[in-house]
Ligand binder design. Structure first.
Ligand code: KG4
Ligand code: ZN
Length: 334
């Protein structure tokens, strides 16, 4: 029987990534991160798009070489269709189209958020169905009920900022580098959550982080007025306090979702799932509530093409292919 060998491409934001999958197993996963955005304190879409153009050929070549697979062996090409930055997505989609056309093989479109969730199927332990997944990234915050590999339902989502944005925007206020999530995580380890920030009262399973952002801004302005060195002198405690509040907002909603649905298999996914405070809090809550908890490996938390490859494999089995008319989608719900 012919082997299923897929090249997957991820280019939705500021990481250019390519991965090779064979018969459900990831053979390689290469990522070129765009450090240039640090200078601007956030991702600049036009700069990201240009950097993807520079990175895509070397990254795909490396993914093929690492996997010891030639392009003639590929049986399909998968790519992120959305959601993401239009200019960034365009590079991946155009590259995938050109390569699929030249090799005369099918193409598979993948939803980026669905892929973050299905990253849990790259390695063991794999969750059974149904499970709840908190997807927390720079652009998204959702609680998803996962019925099957490709059957998912969004139970709640943010009505303004995403959890990753809350970390990144706080980092900007504190003068930290972008992306600030990992920096705050590191600094929080040396601090204590002595400052109590507000927890928004948002109905249902939805989230909001814009009020928290304003709360932090006012808190900093007030304290810096009294002591210009306040941030430098208390940076670790501020980071620990901000992280504790963001984590408690996330865990409380997950808990509510579990009570409402009766589902006790709980997973986290997306860039913010790399946060050590969130990982610890989830384990702790899981022990109390009797949850079976699933936390992805660090390398599969932030954007990567292995998760795109994994998702495309389930679509390949169903022969869920797309034709050359397909266009990237900045917003794309599953
Ligand atoms: O999933 P991802 O790589 O890209 C998007 O799809 O947005 O997530 C990036 C986000 C950024 O906001 C970054 O600050 C956050 O994930 N992040 C973290 C950590 N590592 C990455 N946030 C908190 N703690 C971390 N350790
Ligand atoms: Zn992502």
């Amino acid at each position: 029987m012919t082997k299923v060998t897929i090249l997957a491409i991820e280019s939705s934001c500021d990481d250019t990534s390519a991965s090779i999958l064979r018969d459900g197993k990831i053979l390689s996963n290469c990522i070129a991160s765009q450090l240039i955005h640090k200078e601007y304190g956030g991702v600049v879409p036009e700069v990201a798009s240009r950097a993807h153009q520079v990175n895509i050929v070397p990254v795909v070549t490396k993914a093929l070489n690492d996997a010891a697979v030639s392009k003639e062996e590929l049986t399909a090409i998968a790519f992120t269709l959305g959601p993401g930055l239009m200019g960034s997505l365009l590079v991946g989609v155009s590259f995938a189209k050109a390569m699929a056309l030249s090799l005369d093989i099918p193409m598979i479109e993948v939803n980026h958020i669905q892929a973050h969730i299905l990253a849990h199927f790259i390695d063991s332990p794999r969750p059974g169905f149904p499970f709840l997944c908190l997807t927390v990234s720079g652009g998204h915050t959702q609680i998803v009920e996962v019925h099957d590999y490709l059957k998912m339902e969004i139970l709640g989502k943010t009505i303004d900022d995403a959890a990753g944005e809350a970390f990144d925007k706080t980092g900007k206020l504190l003068g930290l580098d972008y992306p600030a999530g990992p920096v705050i995580d590191k600094l929080a380890k040396n601090g204590k959550p002595v400052y109590k920030f507000t927890e928004p009262s948002i109905p249902n399973l939805d989230f909001s982080f814009s009020g928290l952002k304003t709360n932090i801004l006012r808190f900093l302005q007030k304290n810096v007025r009294q002591n210009p060195e306040f941030i430098q002198e208390n940076l670790s405690d501020i980071c620990a306090s901000v992280q504790e509040r963001i984590v408690s907002i996330l865990i409380n909603k997950l808990s509510k979702a579990s009570s409402q649905t009766g589902i006790k298999r709980i997973a986290i996914a997306g860039g913010v799932s790399a946060n050590s405070g969130l990982r610890e809090a989830l384990m702790e809550k899981g022990n109390i509530e009797g949850w079976q908890v699933f936390i992805p490996k660090f390398e599969y938390c932030t954007d990567n093409a292995a998760m795109i490859a994994m998702t495309s494999y389930y679509k390949y089995i169903k022969k869920d292919f797309v034709n050359q008319d397909i266009s990237p989608k900045a917003r794309y719900n599953f």
